[in-house]
Design a protein around this ligand. Sequence first.
Ligand SMILES: Cc1cc2nc3c(=O)[nH]c(=O)nc-3n(C[C@H](O)[C@H](O)[C@H](O)COP(=O)(O)OP(=O)(O)OC[C@H]3O[C@@H](n4cnc5c(N)ncnc54)[C@H](O)[C@@H]3O)c2cc1C
Length: 423
Amino acid sequence: MDCMISKFVDAVEQREMTMVRKIAVIGGGVTGTSVAWHLASRDAGEIVLLERDRLGSGTTWHSAGNITWVPGSDHILTLFDTLDQVARESEQDTGWLWTGRLFLARTEKTLDSFRSMAVAADAMRFENAWLDPQAAAERHPLLHGDRLAGAWFNSRSGRVNPADLTAAYARAARRRGVTIREGCNVTGLDIRNGRVKKVCTDDDDIEVDDVVICCGLWSRRLLSQLGLLLPQWGCEHFYVIARTDQRLDRTTPSFVSPNDLIYGREEVGDLLLGCFDEGALTLDAEHGAPPDDFSFSLLDDNWDKLAPYAERAAEHFPALEQAQIRRFVNGPESFTPDGEPLLGPFGNIAGLHVASAMNSAGVTYSALAGHVIADTITEAAEPKFNPQPYAADRFAERACDESWLREKASDVVSGHYRERFES
Ligand SMILES: Cc1cc2nc3c(=O)[nH]c(=O)nc-3n(C[C@H](O)[C@H](O)[C@H](O)COP(=O)(O)OP(=O)(O)OC[C@H]3O[C@@H](n4cnc5c(N)ncnc54)[C@H](O)[C@@H]3O)c2cc1C
């Protein structure tokens, strides 16, 4: 009898070992395509990616695509390797360009707060440099040093084209066997006995063992159908493209000025100028998400919101005073109360995972998101990253309070720079 039971157990274990895990990734932005590729790279199972419109049609298409290494963010070093590997596998250019980044300081105190980054860069033997105001201005044709105490140059920075990177992740994923279905709208999830069973779409129901919600701004709305409230809220987030008399070279370093809450880079010869504004406007829509048909859309221009940051930017880049603003890109993005993304299992439902709320760094976080999800689903013995700081349920009940969530999400936008650097 014992022998029969043990044979039965062996047979069940054997079946489980040979059963191919069915995984659905919902959302085809930079996050979803990266998650699909990382899962496929680990042979995690049979993977389908479902995107209701076209790849990159959510927030990804208008992202500024800056990537900046800062100490303690090993995932960014991983991302640099990932960019190479994905470009090779997909045989597609991601638009990646090392430009380096100037960290501008108006005060000695701010300059001093860059010091820990310089120490870490030295320790890792990354090229970096302290620049006096004049030397800083020599690195950027539009920059005047008059208002600067100095600057720090970080070579481990650059920019990528987010739409091209998304296409490259998708192409590399397809080559590894992932099925990608564009124009496939997910309407809900079928949950039974505490486990996710099916993904329901406008066209069919798909049986799954695991599902990963990578729906960006819309993740919270989709999950709310299950009575689950994902702690993220959409905020307005914007940059402009300014044309000055002088065209910029593509290799011009990008910049950030934490005192002014501004950042920028070259964009097709023009200057892209963005900010992490104080009192960022939260989206006044159900679950903080724009309508479902918002694909490739933007919010209204908000010149009043831009004005104080443009004025401060013009103090460093006087050519901006006469510049022609060619484009205002006001795109919604989802933020969490602590500025970290939501990655991993959610809602105590077996097989349910999220990779959402990228706090205006989804391109930068794309490799991190891919690894954390792949580690969880494959139950990796040695996870690549510690998933705890990103645990999707880390806010518990507090995040169900919508007004608290909105207030925190708004604060996080400017907190991005305010809390990291002294002024
Ligand atoms: C102005 C601005 C500048 C930025 N600059 C940078 C930057 O310099 N560097 C950086 O790293 N990040 C930047 N970001 C942030 C970055 O763009 C986002 O974090 C990233 O694009 C989010 O990608 P995602 O895949 O998570 O979401 P999305 O790109 O929004 O993708 C979600 C996808 O899910 C799909 N979807 C939604 N619901 C469903 C459903 N029910 N069924 C099927 N599909 C569905 C949507 O159609 C969409 O394609 C910026 C953002 C903004 C707004």
